[in-house]
Design a protein around this ligand. Structure first.
Ligand code: LMR
Length: 356
């Protein structure tokens, strides 16, 4: 090869390498974080967000989350996509709070008792007989009510921010051993509970209890690790708990299952105000939709459970409820005396729904 040929060859190789370097510098890098979002055609940043939860699809929580996703998709012309993951598909109880703190996901809606691991004051909302009436917890669900807002902000030092309160329904006890009518019936029985307030309620009623992730309840009941559980008709039916239990007591008025929809505070604050606004407004509408659905979904689930003939169901009388209330109020006093919650929060919750 002559020198002139070599130099032409070298020049071509150099040119090609330069071209490859330029192209690869412009191409997205595999494994690198997603590029910083800039305003798209719609004026909204292009984002895919994750909403994790632990219950089934046929629940008020999943339906409200899907409605939220749909409204956001419509109002941002598809720029913001919210993927909803039910059934602990991504993260189970406990894990989802951590995943939200690290920013791996964007929204969760756990039972409000589950925020107790971060801020014990949240447990006030899950204590037995804490709300004086249905109007009381309905008022708590209003996103503008100051009692909920105060609790939402208390999550900030832990990296989270509360955005809305969702509802499922009243919790009811079931057992594989015997009917649960008076507190004495709880003796010698072990129950799965979702958090510390329910655990204390069972103990005050005379039974024993263990806090366990929701995803593990069915097999714990089936294998006799626990004798019973405490949940809404909707959760009992969609998880098939009634198929591995024999007795249940319908006890409206003791514990209402509420959810706190939360996001990662730092991520939320980093959004531009228009994006925050569209998310918040859509969430408000989804909240109204889901919370209006809850009572009916639970009524239907109760009918289906009765029709299945699997459970012997006792409907609690006011006299029996009065005995359970004694145990519930004992738990409220314990929570205040142990400093887990303040008397002030308890009073604020109890006074909701009362006409002045
Ligand atoms: C439970 O753990 O029993 C509930 O909090 C599950 C849920 O999210 O409804």
């Amino acid at each position: 090869m002559s020198w002139s040929r070599i130099s032409v060859y070298t020049a071509v190789v150099l040119l090609l390498s330069l071209l490859v370097a330029v192209i690869s510098a412009c191409a997205p890098q595999r494994g690198a974080p997603a590029p910083a979002v800039g305003p798209g055609e719609t004026g909204f940043p292009k984002m895919t967000l994750k909403f994790n939860h632990v219950v089934a699809r046929d629940t008020p929580k999943h339906k409200a989350a899907e409605r939220f996703a749909q409204l956001v998709r419509e109002r941002t012309n598809g720029a913001i996509e919210i993927q909803v993951f039910p059934n602990s598909e991504l993260y189970k109880d406990g894990e989802e709070i951590e995943a939200l703190q690290t920013g791996a996901i964007h929204f969760i809606a756990p039972g409000t008792d589950k925020f107790g691991v971060l801020v014990s004051e949240w447990e006030a909302t899950a204590l037995p007989y804490v709300f004086s009436s249905v109007e009381g917890f309905k008022q708590f669900e209003d996103p503008d009510n100051p009692v909920a807002r105060e609790l939402f902000e208390k999550l900030r030092p832990k990296g989270l921010l509360g955005l809305a309160i969702w509802e499922n329904g009243w919790k009811h006890f079931s057992s594989s051993k015997r009917p649960l009518i008076v507190p004495d019936d709880f003796k010698g029985q072990k129950f799965r509970t979702s958090g510390k307030p329910d655990e204390a309620f069972v103990k005050a009623l005379g039974g024993s209890a263990v806090v366990m992730a929701f995803s593990e309840v069915f097999s714990a009941l089936q294998q006799g690790v626990v004798d019973g559980q405490f949940n809404t008709w909707n959760n009992i039916y969609t998880q098939k708990f009634h198929e591995v239990q024999r007795y249940a007591t319908s006890s409206e008025g003791a514990v209402i299952l509420l959810y706190g929809v939360a996001t990662n505070a730092q991520w939320w604050d980093s959004l531009d105000s228009r994006t925050r606004q569209v998310l918040f407004e859509a969430l408000k509408e989804a909240t109204k939709y889901g919370n209006e659905l809850a009572a009916e979904e639970n009524r239907v689930a109760f009918e289906k459970i009765k029709a299945s003939g699997r459970l012997e169901i006792h409907v609690q009388t006011p006299e029996e409820a009065a005995l359970w209330r004694v145990a519930g109020e004992q738990v409220q006093r314990e929570w205040v005396s142990q400093g887990r919650i303040s008397q002030q929060t308890l009073q604020k919750l109890a006074s909701l729904g009362k006409t002045r």
